[in-house]
Ligand binder design. Structure first.
Ligand SMILES: N[C@@H](CCC(=O)N[C@@H](CS)C(=O)NCC(=O)O)C(=O)O
Length: 212
């Protein structure tokens, strides 16, 4: 059986959410961050990469969000969460599916590191990443002001991927969502999903996701 190793308050919540959306049988093992805020030694021992998410399946230990998502969808069927090439929104679906961890989360990480650095004046790299992050919110808002989901008219894996940077990551890097009504409506939509509610309650029962 698949085991999802969830590090509290981290992007591994997406894998819990995915399993709940697909109705998969899975075991959830939860780990708290250590006193310094990173994954504890027991988590790091699971896989050479040592970052969340990690899943195990028999003798397999797999890390890296995109690989885990592809693995689960390929092994279990996508259950309607993946668009196919014949869908008019296929390219948009792929864009948002990969944009989340390809561009938005890395920009969040760099801006977060700058905020921890104690420097008051951002250097050019920090400035560039801040503007990338502004653009991520602007692009998301533009998309969600025309369609209810990142993949268009229906909920897909792209929404699970974009969910983390728009919700949980804001516990680390707060963002005022008042200029983004489309994003706020999207967060309400995903927050109403039973699978999302179950995943968040199991993954981080003491830390509800930021949906507003
Ligand atoms: N690209 C990796 C990034 C993984 C990552 O940085 N995870 C964070 C949690 S959001 C983590 O493990 N932090 C704790 C640590 O580095 O010890 C993925 O998507 O799996």
């Amino acid at each position: 059986m698949l085991t999802v190793h969830h590090l509290g308050n981290s992007q591994s919540e997406r894998i819990v959410w995915l399993c709940e959306e697909l109705g998969l049988p899975y075991e959830l093992v939860r780990y708290d961050r250590d006193a310094t805020g990173v994954a504890p030694a027991a988590y790091k021992a699971l896989h050479p990469l040592g970052t969340a998410p990690i899943v195990t399946d028999g003798k397999l230990a797999l890390a890296e969000t995109g690989a885990i998502v592809d693995y689960i969808l390929a092994k279990n069927g996508a259950g309607g969460l993946a668009l196919t090439p014949d869908d008019s929104e296929f390219a948009n679906y792929l864009f948002w599916l990969h944009y989340a961890n390809g561009s938005m989360v890395p920009a969040i990480m760099v801006v977060l590191m700058f905020s921890y650095s104690g420097l008051t004046e951002p250097n050019d790299v920090a400035k560039s990443m801040m503007s990338r992050l502004d653009k991520a919110y602007e692009l998301s808002e533009k998309r969600l002001s025309t369609v209810p989901y990142f993949g268009g008219s229906r909920f897909t894996m792209a929404d699970i991927m974009m969910g983390y940077p728009l919700t949980r990551s804001r516990t680390f890097l707060p963002r005022d969502l008042s200029p983004y009504p489309g994003i706020r409506a999207f967060l309400k939509r995903i927050g109403d999903r039973q699978a999302f509610k179950r995943a968040m309650a199991k993954g981080d029962p003491d830390m509800p996701p930021l949906l507003a």
